[in-house]
Design a protein around this ligand. Sequence first.
Ligand SMILES: Nc1nc2c(c(=O)[nH]1)N[C@H]1C(S)=C(S)[C@@H](COP(=O)(O)OP(=O)(O)OC[C@H]3O[C@@H](n4cnc5c(=O)[nH]c(N)nc54)[C@H](O)[C@@H]3O)O[C@H]1N2
Ligand SMILES: Nc1nc2c(c(=O)[nH]1)N[C@H]1C(S)=C(S)[C@@H](COP(=O)(O)OP(=O)(O)OC[C@H]3O[C@@H](n4cnc5c(=O)[nH]c(N)nc54)[C@H](O)[C@@H]3O)O[C@H]1N2
Ligand code: SF4
Ligand SMILES: [Mo]
Length: 674
Amino acid sequence: MLGACPHDCPDTCSLLTTVEEGVATAVRGNPDHPLTDGVLCTKVSRYTERVYHPERLLEPKRRVGPKGPGATWQTVSWEEALRDIAARLQPIVERNPHALLPYSYAGTMGQVQGEGMAARFFHALGASRLDRTICASAGSEALTHIYGGKAGMRMEQFAHSRLILIWGSNSVGSNLHFWRYAQQAKRAGAKLVCIDPRRTETADHCHVHLALRPGTDAALAFALMHELIVHDALDHDYLERYTLGWPELRARALQWTPERAAQVCGLQAQAIRALAQDYAQTRPAAIRLNYGMQRVRGGGNAVRAIACLPALVGAWRHPAGGLLLSNSAWAGQALNTARLQRVDLLGDRRPPIVNMSAIGDALTQDRAIEALIVYNSNPVAVAPHSARVVEGFAREDLFTVVLEQFQTDTADYADYVLPATTQLEHWDLHTSYGHTDVLLNRPAIAPRGQCLPNSEIFRRLARAMGLSDPCFSEDDETLCRQAVSDDQGRCRVDFDVLLAQGFVHLPVALAPFEKGGFLTPSGKCEFTSARLAEQGQDPLPDYIPNYEVPDPAGPYPLAMISPPARNYLNSTFVNVKSLRDMEGEPLLEIHPDDASPRGIQTGAVVTIFNARGRYQCKARVSTRARPGVVVGLGIWWRKNGLGGTNVNELTHQHLTDLGRAAAFYDCAVQVEAA
Ligand SMILES: Nc1nc2c(c(=O)[nH]1)N[C@H]1C(S)=C(S)[C@@H](COP(=O)(O)OP(=O)(O)OC[C@H]3O[C@@H](n4cnc5c(=O)[nH]c(N)nc54)[C@H](O)[C@@H]3O)O[C@H]1N2
Ligand SMILES: Nc1nc2c(c(=O)[nH]1)N[C@H]1C(S)=C(S)[C@@H](COP(=O)(O)OP(=O)(O)OC[C@H]3O[C@@H](n4cnc5c(=O)[nH]c(N)nc54)[C@H](O)[C@@H]3O)O[C@H]1N2
Ligand code: SF4
Ligand SMILES: [Mo]
C-alpha cells in the first residue's frame, strides 16, 4: 500500500507498506517517487516496530490516583470515555469556551490527522486558539518579511550546485534526502561548508566547518556581505532590479568587518574571508538553511540576514543557486486550509491566543485554562522550562485529555488517554516543507485494538458535545480531497493520480526568483521591511545577541544546545528498542578543555544546572562540542532520564525576536561531576 511519512521532517517520503494477512511486515521507500528514491531513514524503516510495539496504547484509559509518572490507569470503553469527557467539558465550555485549549504540533504533519477535524471541533466550540510557534515561526516570519513567504530553491537542484553552505542543519540526520543531493554535488566537484557550533556527522563530510558560537549567525552573514561589498563581488543588476533597501543594508553591512564578526562568533577572521571569497567566486552557490539556527533570541533576524546573501551575488539566477529554508508556501497555494479547518465556524468570535512555547507560564500564571486536549505532541518532554510545564500539567483543577499512541511523559498527566492510530492505520494528505510534492496516505492495515484516528476521535467528541454541523460527519477521504480543493469543491491536484501513484508534483518554477518574482508586496527581495517599520521596529535585519550569553566568570559559563538525535524524531521513537540501542542513553557532549578542569571523563555522571533546574546524564568528552558549548542531543522522555528530567529542565520560555518562538539553543548552564 502507498503512503506518506507523517513525521516532522522536510523529506516527506513516499512509503510502500507490505501487508501479509492483514499484518504490515515491512515499510520501504517508494522507488518511483524521485525524492524518496527507494530510501528511508533508519527510524521509519523500523516503523512496524512502532506500530506493533508491545506498549502501544490500544484502549481508552482513565487515570486513578494522582497525576504524573506514578499514575495508575483503568481501561474504559469508548462510550464511557466520550460520555465522561463531554460531561466534564460541557459545563466548562458553557461558562467560558476560552477555558478550553488545544495543544498540538507535528506528531503527524498530515492535513487530516493534524488540524483537520480537530480544528473544526475547537472552532465550533470557540475554544482558545494555540499559537503553534515551537519549531519554525521565527524563520517563517523572517522569510515572509524578505521573500514574502516560505519559498526557496527546489531541493533536488542542490545536486547541481558548485558551493553549498549547510547552515544550522545536521542534514545527515535530519534531512537525509537533501544530503543525498549534496553528496551528488560533492562527487561532481562541489565544495561543502558546514556552519554549526557542533562538529556534526554532516560537518565530518564537508570540506570546511565553521564552528561558530550559538546565536551569532547574523554577525557572520553581515561580515560576508561586508566582504562582498569591499571586493565588489556584487550582482549590481540583480540588486537594482529585484531588491528593496540595498543602500540601507549596504551601510549596515559595512559596519561588520570580518574581525568584528570573528570576535562575536568565536571564529578566525581569515576563515570568514575565505568563505566570502568562495561565495563571491563560485556559481551556482546555494545555502541550505535549517531551523536549528533560529532557536535563539535573534533567530528571526539571523534568518533575514542570511536570506539577503543570494540576492547580493545574484545566486537566484541559476536553479541550483539561492537558498532553501522551507518550501511550504508553494504547497500553501494548493491547500485550502480554511475549508478543511472551517475557520468560519468561529463566526465573529475571536478567542484569545495562547503561545505553545510558553505553555508552562500559560498554565501556571493564572488559572484561566481549565481544560486541555493534547494530540500530536508531547509538551511535558518538548516544551521549554519543564519545571513550569510540569507544574501546569500537574494542576489538579486542570482537566486533560491526551490522544496518543504511547504512554508519553504528557500522557502521564492526563485524566483520559485516548488511543490513536498510526500512519499505517489511517487516511491522510501530506504536503512537504522541503520538497514540492503532495502525497496521499492510505491505510495499509486495520486500526489496532480499539485505536481510532484523531479525526474520528474529534468526530465522536463533537457528537458527544452536541455539535451538529454536517461537517462533523464527513469522512477522512472526503477531508483529504477538501484539503486540496477550491471553494467550489474542484480538486487543485489530480486526485486520481494521487490514488494511483501516491504523489503528484506541484508546478514550481525551476529558478523561482530568477527575475525577482518574490512573494512580497513589491515583488522584490525586501531587505527592509515596511511592515516592521510601521510597527516601530528596525526595518533592517540586525545582529541581536542571545538572552543568555555565557559569562566565563559568571555562575553559568557554558552555552548549551540540544539539537535532534539522528535516530529519534524529537521525542518520538525514544521508546523503540532498536533505535534506542543505537542512541544509547541521554548524554552531554563536552569539549576536553571544559571537561578536564571539572574533572569530568567520558561515562561520568554529570549535573547540568542553571537557575531553572538541574538535569543529570552521562558525559561524553568529545571535540564534537566546541569549547564553551555543551551539547545535550535529542529530546529524551523525562522518564528515561537519571533524575526523571531531560534537557528542557534547563531551557527557558523567552521568545524569539520574530515569530514568538521558543529559543531552545539560547541557554547558559554550568556543568559539574555528580
Ligand atoms: N533524525 C531527526 N530528524 C529530524 C528531527 C529529529 O528530531 N531527528 N527533527 C525534525 C524537526 S522537528 C525539525 S524542525 C527539522 C529541523 O531540525 P533542525 O533543528 O534544523 O535540526 P538539525 O538538522 O539537527 O540542525 C540543527 C543544527 O543546528 C545546530 N545549531 C544549534 N545552534 C545553532 C546556531 O546558533 N547556529 C548555527 N549555525 N547552528 C546551530 C545544531 O548543532 C544542529 O547540528 O528536523 C526534522 N528532522
Ligand atoms: N530542547 C529542545 N526542545 C525541543 C527541540 C529541540 O531541538 N531541543 N525541538 C523543538 C521542535 S523543532 C519541535 S518541532 C518540537 C516537537 O514537539 P512535538 O511535536 O511534540 O513532537 P514529538 O516529541 O515528536 O511528539 C509527537 C507526539 O505525537 C504522537 N503522535 C504521532 N502521530 C500521532 C497521531 O496520528 N495521533 C496522535 N494523537 N498522536 C500522534 C507521538 O506518539 C508523539 O508522542 O519539540 C521542540 N523541543
Ligand atoms: S523521517 Fe524524514 S527521511 Fe525518514 S522516512 Fe520520514 S520523511 Fe523520510
Ligand atoms: Mo521542529
